[in-house]
Design a protein around this ligand. Structure first.
Ligand SMILES: Nc1nc2c(ncn2[C@@H]2O[C@H](COP(=O)(O)OP(=O)(O)OP(=O)(O)O)[C@@H](O)[C@H]2O)c(=O)[nH]1
Ligand SMILES: [Mg+2]
Length: 439
C-alpha cells in the first residue's frame, strides 16, 4: 500500500449548505491530516476543531475533524471525516489540498467498495447502502437499514453454511466404499435439502415486493378522450401538472407524476385519449399511450359514462373507474367499478385504497427481508433451480451421488455469488460505479 491508495471525496452534495463533509480513507489519511493541521495526535472518534491550511500555508477553513482508526471504520482503513463550512470553494480547496499531499480522488462508491473488500460488508449489504441512499420513503430506507444491519445476510449465511456442510458430506461419500454409501440416511438428506429449498423459494418470492418497495410501480391512466384522465392526474398529485380542457384530444404526450402510497413510490402516467386519431401528432400521442401501457404495472381504465366501454386492450391488472360521478349524482361502487369525481375529489380515497391492494403494497412489511435487485433475484433463482434438480434425483430408485453433489455445488455457488464471495470484477463495477462519489 502507498499513499496513492488513499482516497478523498466530498460526501455531501455540491452546493451551499450549513456544513459539507469531506472523507479521506487509506493508509495515508492521518498523515495527510497531520500535514494540513500541523498537529500530530488525533484521538479515535473524537470530534476535534482544527485549522487546516494548504501546501502554501494558506487557510482553507476551521473544521471539525474526526479520525476513525482502522479496522474500526466504515472502510476498514484509517478514515478521516472533515466537516467544513458548506461552500463549494472551501470544499474544492480542501479536496485539492488533500490531493496535493499525495491522495487521489475516489471513484463513485469506492469507500463502500473498500468496506466490501475489507470484509466489513457483504455484497447484499453494499447494495442496501446504495438502495438506502436512493430510497424515496422512510419505509424503504428502514427496510434497507435492516439489510445493512445484516438481517438478510444472516439468513443467506445459514443457507450457505448448511449447503457447504451437505456438500462436504456428499463429497466424502463419493470417496468411500459402496457399502458405506448404502448406509447413508437418504431420507435425512432429502429433508435437509427440502428445508433449504423452502427458504430459498421464500426469498425468491420476496423479490416482487422488494422491487416494489425500492423501485416503485407505474400506473397508467388510459381511456377515451375527454373522460377526465388529466383531471384525475391533477387530483391525485394535488397539482396543475396536466392541461385540462373540454376539447377532446387535449393531452398529446405522456405526463408523469410520482406519489408515495404507503411508502411505495407510484408513478402515475396521464396519456393521450384513445380514439381514431385525426392527425399525425395525435396518432403519435396514441402510440405513446400504448407504449406507456406496455411498461406499466397496472392500468386505471377511465370512462365518464355507463354507456361508454372501459379500455380492455391490455393483459395488465386493471381498475375500471367511472368518472364525473357529480354529474350523475351517484357514488356507489358497483361490482369492481369505482365511482369517482376527479373534479370534486369524491371517491379518490377509495381509488387509492384499491391501488394499494391491487399493487400489493398492503402486503409489504418492514419486518420482512426482501431481495430487491435483479442481480440478487438471478442468483437466488439459480440456487432454487439447482436445489429443485437436486431434489428430483430422490425420485429415482438409485440416488446418483455425483449428480446430486454437482447440483448442491451449483446451489452453493449461486449463494456465494449473491453474498459477493465469488463475484467477478465486472459485477462489482456494475454495483459500485452506480453509487455516489463519497460513499
Ligand atoms: N363534471 C365533471 N367534469 C369533469 C370531471 N373530470 C373532468 N371533467 C371535465 O371533463 C373535461 C375533460 O377533462 P380532461 O381531464 O381534460 O380529460 P382527458 O381525459 O384528459 O381528455 P384528453 O386529454 O382530451 O384525452 C374537462 O372539461 C374537465 O373539467 C368530473 O369529475 N366531473
Ligand atoms: Mg388529458
Amino acid at each position: 500500500m502507498t499513499i496513492g491508495d488513499t482516497i478523498v471525496a466530498p460526501s455531501t452534495p455540491f452546493g451551499h449548505s450549513g456544513l459539507a463533509v469531506v472523507r479521506v480513507s487509506g493508509v495515508g489519511a492521518i498523515q495527510i491530516l497531520s500535514k494540513l493541521s500541523s498537529r500530530n495526535i488525533f484521538s479515535d472518534r473524537l470530534a476535534t476543531l482544527s485549522t487546516l491550511n494548504d501546501l502554501n500555508g494558506n487557510l482553507i477553513d476551521r473544521c471539525i475533524v474526526t479520525v476513525f482508526y482502522g479496522p474500526n471504520s466504515y472502510t476498514g482503513e484509517d478514515v478521516v471525516e472533515i466537516s467544513t463550512h458548506g461552500n463549494p470553494s472551501v470544499v474544492g480547496a480542501l479536496v485539492g489540498a488533500v490531493c496535493a499531499r499525495g491522495c487521489r480522488l475516489a471513484h463513485p462508491g469506492e469507500f463502500t467498495r473498500q468496506a466490501f473488500l475489507n470484509g466489513k460488508l457483504d455484497l447484499v449489504q453494499a447494495e442496501a447502502v446504495a438502495a438506502l441512499i436512493r430510497s424515496k420513503s422512510i419505509e424503504s430506507s428502514r427496510s434497507q437499514q435492516k439489510i445493512i444491519d445484516g438481517s438478510l445476510s444472516i439468513r443467506l449465511n445459514i443457507i450457505q453454511s448448511t449447503l457447504s456442510e451437505l456438500l462436504s458430506q456428499l463429497e466424502h461419500l463419493l470417496d468411500i466404499s459402496e457399502e458405506d454409501v448404502l448406509s447413508l440416511d437418504v431420507n435425512a438428506l432429502f429433508v435437509d435439502l427440502d428445508k433449504i429449498s423452502l427458504t430459498v423459494n421464500q426469498l425468491q418470492k420476496s423479490f416482487s415486493l422488494g422491487r416494489l418497495l425500492s423501485g416503485g410501480a407505474t400506473v397508467v391512466i388510459a381511456g377515451a378522450t375527454n373522460v377526465g384522465k388529466s383531471t384525475l392526474l391533477n387530483r391525485l398529485s394535488e397539482s396543475d401538472r396536466a392541461i385540462v380542457s373540454n376539447v377532446p384530444g387535449t393531452t398529446r404526450d405522456t405526463i408523469e407524476v410520482e406519489l408515495i402510497l404507503d411508502g411505495v413510490p407510484v408513478r402515475f402516467v396521464d396519456t393521450a385519449g384513445l380514439r381514431g386519431a385525426k392527425n399525425s401528432i395525435e396518432k403519435e400521442g396514441i402510440k405513446r399511450t400504448y407504449k406507456a401501457i406496455e411498461g406499466a404495472d397496472l392500468v386505471i381504465s377511465l370512462t365518464d359514462s355507463r354507456t361508454k366501454k372501459h379500455f380492455t386492450g391490455s393483459d395488465l391488472p386493471t381498475i375500471n373507474v367511472l368518472n364525473k360521478a357529480d354529474l350523475r349524482n351517484e357514488m356507489k361502487t358497483d361490482g369492481r367499478i369505482i365511482h369517482i369525481s376527479a373534479k370534486s375529489g369524491a371517491g379518490i380515497n377509495a381509488l387509492k385504497r384499491r391501488l394499494i391492494n391491487d399493487l400489493g403494497i398492503n402486503r409489504l412489511s418492514t419486518e420482512e427481508d426482501y431481495l430487491s435487485t435483479s442481480r440478487q433475484h438471478l442468483s437466488i433463482k439459480e440456487c432454487s433451480f439447482a436445489l429443485s434438480r437436486a431434489l428430483s434425483f430422490f425420485e429415482s430408485d438409485v440416488l446418483d451421488m455425483e449428480l446430486l453433489s454437482f447440483e448442491v455445488r451449483s446451489a452453493l455457488d449461486a449463494i456465494d455469488a449473491l453474498l459477493g464471495k465469488t463475484s467477478p470484477d465486472k459485477i462489482l463495477n456494475n454495483i459500485f460505479d452506480k453509487m455516489c462519489v463519497g460513499k
